[in-house]
Design a binder for this molecule. Structure first.
Ligand SMILES: [Zn+2]
Length: 248
C-alpha cells in the first residue's frame, strides 16, 4: 500500500509571499488525513486530492498558522461542493480532532456537519488502517505531536515545540520525522520553537531514519537551517516545500 506525505504549506508562524501555513496531506491507500490546516492549505489541498475523501482533520494546536483554513474546509463542507458528502442526508460529518479549547475559536463550533473530537495526549486512534498516537510538546499552548503507524512504518510530526520535548517520547521506531525548525541557532531560547541545530540533535538522539525540516520562518534562509541541522544530525537532511511528496 502506498504511503505518502504531501506538503500543502510549510511556512513558520505566518505565510510568506505566495506561501501557506502548516498543512500536510497524509495518504495511505485510499485513506487521507489532513495534518494541520494553516492559512492557504485548503487551496493547496484541492489541487492534490478531493477534500470529500478526507477521513479526518488532525489539528495540533490553536495557533492560527496551524488551523485557520479549517474554517475554509468547514465552509466548503457546509455550503460548497462538499455539502453532499458532509452535510446533506446520507452524508457523514467532517471529523476534526483538536486539542481542548480550539473548537471555541471556530465559527463552526456548533455546526452539525462538523464532528469535533477533543484530543488528549493519551489517545490512540484508528483512522482507516492508520494508528495515531500523540504526545504533548513544549510550546506553551496545548500542542500535540503526532505519531502515525501503518504496517510497521512510522511517521512522526513534531507540530510546534521548544527544546523541552523530544520525539523520543513517541518511540524508537520512527522512519520519517517531520520536524519544525523555525530558525537558526542565533534565535535559540527566544521562543518555544527549534533551530535547525536543535532539530538535528533531537533527531539524532531519537535514531530516526530520515529528518525533514519544516515550519521555517519565511525570513530565515533555508540553506542555513539545513546546514546546521545536517551537522547536528550527522547525515543529509531534507526540507519541506510546497507540493513536495515524501514516501514513508
Ligand atoms: Zn505554534
Amino acid at each position: 500500500m502506498v504511503r505518502t506525505l504531501t506538503v500543502l504549506g510549510c511556512d513558520g508562524s505566518w505565510p510568506g509571499p505566495g506561501g501557506a501555513g502548516s498543512g500536510y496531506l497524509v495518504q495511505v491507500g485510499d485513506t487521507s488525513i489532513l495534518l494541520d490546516a494553516g492559512p492557504g492549505t485548503f487551496a493547496a489541498l484541492q489541487t492534490r486530492a478531493d477534500p470529500a475523501n478526507v477521513a479526518a482533520v488532525v489539528v495540533t494546536h490553536a495557533h492560527p498558522d496551524h488551523w485557520t483554513d479549517l474554517e475554509s474546509f468547514a465552509t466548503w463542507a457546509g455550503y460548497g461542493p462538499g455539502r453532499a458528502r458532509f452535510r446533506d442526508p446520507g452524508g457523514r460529518a467532517l471529523t476534526v480532532f483538536a486539542p481542548p479549547g480550539l473548537r471555541d475559536w471556530s465559527h463552526f463550533a456548533s455546526a452539525d456537519w462538523v464532528d469535533w473530537r477533543e484530543l488528549a495526549p493519551s489517545m490512540v486512534l484508528a483512522i482507516g488502517p492508520v494508528q495515531a498516537r500523540f504526545g504533548a510538546t513544549d510550546h506553551g499552548t496545548p500542542t500535540l505531536a503526532v505519531h502515525l503507524e501503518h504496517e510497521g512504518s512510522a511517521l512522526a510530526y513534531s507540530a510546534d515545540s521548544g527544546p523541552g520535548w523530544s520525539v523520543e517520547e513517541l518511540g524508537s521506531d520512527i522512519g520519517t520525522f517531520l520536524c519544525e525548525a523555525t530558525y537558526t541557532e542565533q534565535w535559540e531560547g527566544s521562543l518555544l520553537h527549534l533551530s535547525g541545530r536543535e532539530a538535528g540533535v533531537m533527531a539524532a538522539a531519537a535514531g530516526v531514519g530520515r529528518l525533514i525540516l519544516t515550519h521555517r520562518w519565511p525570513t530565515v534562509a533555508a540553506d542555513e537551517v539545513r546546514r546546521e541541522a545536517e551537522i547536528a544530525f550527522g547525515r543529509p537532511v531534507e526540507q519541506a516545500s510546497p507540493g513536495a511528496v515524501f514516501d514513508w
